[in-house]
Design a protein around this ligand. Structure first.
Ligand code: PCA
Length: 159
């Protein structure tokens, strides 16, 4: 029996966002959608760098209660995500408290809407201080009105 881990994704890994396909790629491991939720505490979710990367700054009490999706991932996918998110340099994988909005995962201990759970999230404390001045978002969308579309790794120019 493989150990499964729950991860809350709020950025480019959400369905419909530019890196979602990586969660579906069996070569990276397994990911199963469990439900939707928001963070119990507020955090600044900002878009930063020349590549318009979303970051949840690990500064509770500022910004919004951030919305995202919960996935159950196997060890292979967890390792892939740690590598892909440049953990622990760019992001750190930390625990976050979530309020469940909707749960579709099946099992014995299904949390009901409104219950509080804890999962991993890729947040960061290794941000530039000026990012704290950026607009904050409740629900990240690369294709939103802000016009700051995420630049995929493959499209980045070598410096
Ligand atoms: N990928 C991770 C962290 C930010 C990002 O773009 C996520 O979607 O949660």
């Amino acid at each position: 029996m493989f150990k499964m881990t729950q991860v809350f994704v709020y950025g480019t890994l959400k369905s419909g966002q530019p890196n979602y396909y990586r969660m579906l790629d069996a070569a990276n491991g397994k990911a199963k959608f469990l439900g939707r939720s928001r963070t119990v505490d507020s955090y600044p979710l900002v878009i930063a760098t020349q590549y318009n990367i979303p970051f949840l700054l690990n500064v509770p009490g500022k910004g919004h209660c951030v919305r995202g999706e919960i996935y159950s991932v196997d060890e292979k996918m967890l390792k892939f995500l740690d590598w892909f998110e440049c953990c622990p340099h760019q992001y750190q994988r930390t625990l976050v408290k979530l309020e469940v909005d909707e749960w579709v995962g099946e099992g014995e201990n299904n949390p009901k809407a409104g219950s509080i759970i804890e999962t991993f999230v890729y947040s960061t404390t290794t941000y530039k201080p000026e990012w704290l001045q950026n607009p904050t978002y409740e629900n990240y969308d690369s294709y939103g009105d802000h016009g700051l579309e995420y630049v995929c790794r493959e499209d980045r120019c070598p410096k």
